[in-house]
Design a protein around this ligand. Sequence first.
Ligand code: ADP
Ligand code: MG
Length: 209
Amino acid sequence: MNNFKDLINEQVILDAIADLGYTEPTAIQQQVIPAVLKDQDVIAKSKTGSGKTAAYAIPIIEKIDWNENKPQALVLVPTRELAVQVKEDFANIGRYKRIKSVAVFGSQPIRFQTTALRQKTHIVAGSPGRVMDHIERGTLKLDELKYFVIDEADELLHMGFIDQVEKIIKKLPKQRQTLLFSATYSVEIRKLAEKYMTNPTFIEYEGKQ
Ligand code: ADP
Ligand code: MG
């Protein structure tokens, strides 16, 4: 199964992937995309550069209900650069489905993000501090949230975000799909997964692509 066509249905997504020049799914994408489409919780471990962002972005975009105005997916990342990158990856892959993604991070005045979040928003990518800030202000509404992604889990933990991540998880709907991505796996990550994920499928790929 070396073809995006065998993994996903929506032609608008296949067209966007082709525009990006992705000719075939990477190894981790071949395993993660079907598991996410089957509504499973997934822990995926693979090296940096192996295509983890698209591994979750592609199936989430396929599952997004375009007509819903409130955010359906929240992606936590450790840095501002990653928040912007993930937001852009969702925008690119979701271009022809007209997916709206917003990045929230601490070093930008909050009013820009508040204005963006008032519009239709399918996906929010952000760093934990600012995500929590928006939740507390009521500018990030989570009652329609269905997909929760912890990306670069190892970095989030190294940078000391564990308490904030757990505080955010407690605000999320219990009925949701949780996906965790990391380049390394540790006891701390396993504890987090055991606490907040439901029967997660563990997918690991050791190679580069
Ligand atoms: P990781 O999160 O595993 O470090 P990224 O999601 O940042 O990896 O992807 C690394 C690079 O690979 C990015 O430039 C991305 O655009 C590219 N990429 C992702 N999927 C594919 C694919 N199927 N074919 C070619 N390039 C891809
Ligand atoms: Mg990544």
